[in-house]
Design a protein around this ligand. Structure first.
Ligand SMILES: Cc1cc2nc3c(=O)[nH]c(=O)nc-3n(C[C@H](O)[C@H](O)[C@H](O)COP(=O)(O)OP(=O)(O)OC[C@H]3O[C@@H](n4cnc5c(N)ncnc54)[C@H](O)[C@@H]3O)c2cc1C
Length: 391
């Protein structure tokens, strides 16, 4: 049996990106995934931040975001955007997977169930041989459990929702916080070409998440579940599809968890397997794609541990900052203050630039400079003109 340079376990955004990058760098690659094409449970929002890292052709795009809004109680901060995209995870993931194959990666339709290391060579499923392993099989998958400790429940979001078969009227991406006061997480409403993708994302084990989502559905589209996967609209009696999905997302509560190496001399983890998801909001697609490519780059230099340096120089700052502020940011007190300040003429522009991912300069410095004026404006209930039409 031929010994390939690298076996990539998992063909999601991280694994397919890694396999493609490794092939383009001249390595021989085997990409293992048993499930394609498959629709991974996901909101399918390609984060504005890092959109340039992601290869997303028009054929995989469901719609372009026209705005992103954050709602807390009755305050809504709506920000026009022109960068974010919404994809279907079956189409986009399959596209990335095929790109890896086109670049030369061999494809094995098998779930990886065993990894054995002897004489400096990995044997996969007792059959295939590789010098290096890139683990990209998602949160707490086989490679995470093989090479490291599992990510504990305390450091996971539970994320679940529905594909609600109602055509959106606007491409507004909504995040709703405070539905469960003081709890860490949010509800989302994402528009897709012919349906809404709606859901909740809270620390695993938070009580009341599903009820909070059902309450939101009642407010927006009054009705009830009549049978599995069907929602009956109260006004018209129409029964529409409302298929459920759900999974876990890494969400580190302690920045020190990011200090733990996710690589060794002959292996490296990336994407959800590495825990590389923003702990505040659970966006992971951007870090999966870039992380996969960086993991492949490290392997191409015959030193997977270089991944630690690469990912840290690209996206660790946001991760560490998010892990240390997550507990504060979701507190009711900070939410109230944040939304009262965010809507003022002094602060809204900065918030809008940060949301669009195009803020130039030091956000924290500008924040402190603008704060006194924003406080004054908040005291008098002043709103930025862009928000005046929104209740
Ligand atoms: C409900 C929900 C909503 C989300 N919404 C968003 C969002 O809107 N925007 C965003 O940026 N992020 C979102 N995320 C996070 C995002 O989905 C993940 O960060 C991303 O999918 C991670 O990509 P990955 O390639 O690391 O893993 P995955 O996408 O999980 O891919 C892992 C792949 O490995 C394969 N696999 C598993 N086990 C094995 C095995 N033993 N052998 C071989 N193959 C295996 C699987 O079949 C799969 O194809 C959401 C997550 C959830 C759960």
């Amino acid at each position: 049996m031929e010994i390939v340079d690298v076996a990539v376990v998992g063909g999601g955004p991280a694994g397919s990106s890694a396999a493609r990058e490794a092939s383009e760098r001249g390595l021989s690659v085997l990409l293992f995934d048993h499930a394609h094409p498959r629709r991974k449970a996901c909101g399918g929002g390609l984060p504005v931040k890092g959109i340039e890292w992601m290869d997303a052709p028009d054929s995989a795009i469901e719609c372009e975001m026209s705005s992103i809004s954050f709602t807390y109680n009755k305050t809504k901060l709506k920000i026009p955007v022109n960068k974010g995209k919404l994809i279907r995870r079956d189409d986009w993931d399959f596209y990335l997977y095929n790109r890896a194959k086109e670049a030369g990666a061999g494809h094995v339709v098998e779930r990886v169930k065993s990894l054995i290391f002897t004489d400096n060579i990995w044997t996969i499923n007792e059959k295939y041989k590789a010098k290096y392993i890139i683990g990209a099989d998602g949160v707490n998958g086989f490679t995470r459990r093989h090479f490291m400790e599992k990510i504990s429940r305390d450091n996971l979001f539970a994320a679940a929702g529905y594909y609600l078969d109602i055509k959106p009227t606007e491409n507004e991406v909504e995040f709703i916080v405070g539905a469960l006061p003081g709890k860490e997480g949010y509800l989302w409403v994402f528009p897709k070409s012919d349906h809404y993708n709606i859901g909740y994302c809270y620390n695993a084990g938070t009580p009341g998440m599903k009820d909070a989502l059902h309450k939101l559905m009642q407010e927006r589209w009054p009705g009830e579940f009549v049978e599995n996967s069907k929602w009956k609209l109260a006004e018209t009696g129409e029964i529409i599809d409302c298929k459920q999905f759900g999974s876990a997302i890494p969400s580190y509560n302690d920045p020190k968890l990011f200090d733990i190496p996710v690589s060794g001399e002959t292996w490296v983890l990336c994407g959800d397997a590495a825990g590389h998801v923003n702990p505040i909001h659970g966006e992971g697609l951007n870090h999966s794609v870039l992380g996969g490519r960086l993991a492949a780059k490290a392997v191409s230099k015959e030193d997977p541990t270089l991944f630690e340096k690469y990912w840290r120089s690209h996206y660790s700052r946001d991760m560490y900052r998010a892990a240390s502020t997550k507990h504060k940011i979701y507190r009711s007190f900070f939410m109230r203050i944040g939304f009262a300040l965010g809507r003022t003429p002094a602060m809204y522009g900065m918030l809008a630039s940060l949301t669009r991912g195009d803020y130039e300069g030091k956000a924290t410095r500008s924040f402190w400079v603008k704060l006194p004026l924003a406080l004054l404006q908040a005291t008098f209930g002043m709103k930025h003109k862009a928000l005046k039409a929104i209740t």
